[in-house]
Design a binder for this molecule. Structure first.
Ligand code: GTP
Ligand code: MG
Length: 642
């Protein structure tokens, strides 16, 4: 970061600064983990970056734009949280690199918005003081003021501003317009430190931690003298922790939470799913009636509606899953679960820190693998990366739901719904195999000693409805966009490959048998016959490499085209229920517990490990496991008479 000009303690507004720079000024949001940087970033820029109640959510820098009241555009950079300017983990290192302008093609920020958690000044002010020492132009955003007030923490903002020597504004990251004071202050510009503490641009030996801590205590005594005496809610949280992190009750609570989640995915989704299904059927019927028979009609009915539309049906289930994940993320529960499982995870060779990345992998392995950056030990990190794809990502949910819907009867077992139970079992199978693989990896390949888990426990927080609604909306948008783009494109492509070339004269079977896709499917059948897959499944697995949900769409298209009559494309699930054996269905489920084929995951592993070795290794071991598991499942189910 450039040194502030000596003569000025005020840069005359960001507008003037922009003119002087000849480009838009760049501001960085810097602060401790979990203080609300990303929440503010989203408010400032209208972005929808992930916000959650635990440390280490943001692991990569993100840039967005905000416009001040005078029309000046300002680039805002959201950074991973850091406790100090002396980084301990790879994600913290990103922050320092950006701040010091050591990233290629990226100018150092022109100023800092120091985001401070008002409920935890003691911890947060240290970083502010370290930054002051560097002499960076800065505004302090006193965030979480709502929570601070609620707890009765009184902060003398004017005094804090005087003590720090820079403007301090109050913000609330989770309230619409909670950033207005910050915007107003930014229009006035970022003042440099009056005494320019950084005499030589911040290269002087840094003040030691103890001196900084003393200074924090001194400032606190001036600006928030009562801060120590507000322990009422803290006591309550402490008592709650006694239960939540209890070795027996805590585990029971965790198991029940996960269990209810999977029951809900089936039990609550029926009605909206039927609605979408009926809508799709009506659309297919309408198209069928309104258009003359021909390739275009087939494309729309068999390709688009049976394919991409068939995937859309699973939107309600995905949203229910995410509603649970979002509430868990925002409540502050996750790091506690991580502590609870630390010993257990330590036993299989994973660090407790791996819990959150692995849990994120239930949504998608890509952010999960990126979240491993908060693990400082490289071997622990690598082990976590290698097992992340075994966590059942949400793209597998449509495949599971389709097969379970077709083959598992909808009845209750005691209190439980059998379908929810099966889904739970599939997720558990994924988790258990992850434990097994991690244990093996650590045993034979990368031994590292146990490292005690150090995580900051965030306060419990009632998830805000606004964040939940925004989060679900974002998820729905992403899913519908996937259906509309990649899934749509792949099913259309598959439709083409399944329609041409047409059947030769005098052919008897359905036309698809003679098409490119049909030929490919038949060729692959040799490989997959031992695990009980037919040629239709073999075809569907190929485009499924790009996005797993495509398997459902592809099966929809393939079966719509293999239908002997050309009636309205039927719903897929009764068709496969009729045509597949139970053993085939279970084998496919077992295959998808391991489901090695996801190109974006492999690309992320390549990027994060900086080598081809690990993605290759991952593909090989996952393929072997998937094939082995499908084989065993198929044979055993056949043997049992399935
Ligand atoms: N009550 C209250 N909660 C807030 C406020 N700002 C953020 N939060 C919540 O605080 C938690 C952390 O917010 P994030 O924006 O993810 O924090 P961050 O600083 O980006 O965290 P990292 O990326 O992990 O460093 C989330 O649960 C937010 O909903 C606020 O002003 N008031
Ligand atoms: Mg963040």
């Amino acid at each position: 970061m450039s040194r502030p000009p000596d003569q000025a303690d005020h840069l005359g507004g960001l507008h003037a600064q922009a003119a002087a720079l000849g480009r838009a000024p760049v501001l960085a949001l810097v602060g401790n983990p979990n203080c609300g940087k990303t929440a503010l970033f989203n408010l400032l820029t209208g972005a929808r970056q992930k916000v959650a109640n635990y440390a280490g959510v943001t692991v990569e820098r993100k840039t967005g734009w905000t416009r001040l009241s005078d029309g000046t555009s300002v680039a805002v950079v959201d950074l991973p949280g850091t406790y100090s300017l002396f980084p301990a983990t790879p994600d913290e290192a990103v922050t320092l690199e950006v701040l010091e302008g050591r990233r290629a093609d990226e100018p150092a920020p022109d100023g800092v918005v120091a985001v401070v958690d008002a409920t935890n000044l003691r911890m947060n002010l240290r970083l502010v003081l370290e930054m002051r020492e560097r002499g960076w132009p800065m505004v302090v955003a006193l965030n979480m003021m709502d929570a601070a007030r609620h707890r009765g923490v009184n902060i003398d903002v004017a005094a804090l501003s005087r003590e720090l020597g820079c403007p301090v504004v109050e913000t609330v990251g989770v309230k619409h317009n909670g950033h207005q004071a910050l915007l107003a202050q930014l229009s006035l510009g970022l003042p440099a430190w009056p005494q320019a503490a950084a005499v030589d641009g911040g290269k002087a030996a840094p003040t030691d931690a103890q001196t900084i801590q003393r200074e924090v205590r001194r400032i606190l005594a001036v600006v928030a003298p009562g801060v120590m005496s507000t322990a009422g809610s803290a006591r309550f949280h402490h008592r709650l922790d006694g239960w939540v992190m209890h070795p027996v009750w805590g585990l029971l609570l965790l198991a029940s939470l996960l269990f209810v989640m999977f029951q809900a995915v089936f039990a609550w989704a029926v009605w909206p799913m039927d609605l979408i299904k009926d809508g799709m059927a009506a659309l297919a019927e309408f198209t069928q009636g309104a258009m003359a028979e021909g390739p275009l009609r087939s494309l729309l009915v068999d390709g688009v509606i049976a394919g991409a539309g068939g995937v859309l049906v699973f939107l309600p289930q995905i949203l229910i899953l995410f509603a649970f994940i979002l509430v868990l993320e925002d409540s502050g529960y996750l790091p506690r679960a991580a502590f609870l499982l630390d010993t257990l995870m330590g036993r299989v060779g994973l660090s407790g820190r791996a819990f959150i990345p692995l849990l994120s992998s239930f949504a998608c392995a890509v952010p999960g693998i990126m979240a491993t950056r908060s693990i400082s030990n490289w071997r622990d990190r690598l082990a976590t990366i290698m097992v992340a794809p075994l966590m059942t990502c949400s793209a597998r949910l449509p495949v599971y739901a389709l097969l379970i819907g077709a083959f598992v009867p909808d009845r209750s077992v005691g209190w439980f719904n059998l379908r929810g139970l099966t889904l739970f079992a599939l997720y558990v199978a994924g988790v258990l195999s992850a434990c097994g693989v991690a244990w093996l990896l650590k045993r034979v390949w990368m031994k590292s000693s146990y490292q005690p888990l150090m995580l900051e426990l965030p306060p419990y927080r009632l998830p805000s409805l606004r964040s939940l609604a925004l989060g679900l909306w974002e998820r729905a948008r992403i899913f519908v966009q996937r259906v509309g783009t990649i899934i749509f494109a792949l099913t259309v492509l598959l439709w083409f490959l399944s329609t041409w070339p047409g059947p030769p004269d005098g052919a008897t079977g359905p036309a698809i048998q003679y098409s490119f896709a049909g030929q490919l499917g038949h060729a692959l059948e040799v490989l997959v016959a031992p695990i009980g897959f037919n040629w239709q499944i073999a075809i569907a697995l190929v485009p499924g490499m790009a996005a797993r949900e495509v398997v459902v769409g592809a099966l929809g298209t393939v079966y719509a085209l293999s239908g002997s009559d050309d009636g309205v494309a039927e719903a897929l699930s009764p068709v496969i229920a009729q045509q597949w054996s139970l053993a085939t269905a279970y084998a496919l489920l077992a295959w998808f517990v391991f489901a090695p084929q996801c190109i974006s995951t492999l690309a992320t592993v390549k990027r994060e490990t900086n080598s081809w070795r690990y993605p290759l290794l991952m593909t090989t071991y996952l393929f072997a496991l998937a094939y082995g598991a499908a084989f065993v499942t198929y044979r055993v189910t056949l043997w049992l008479g399935g």
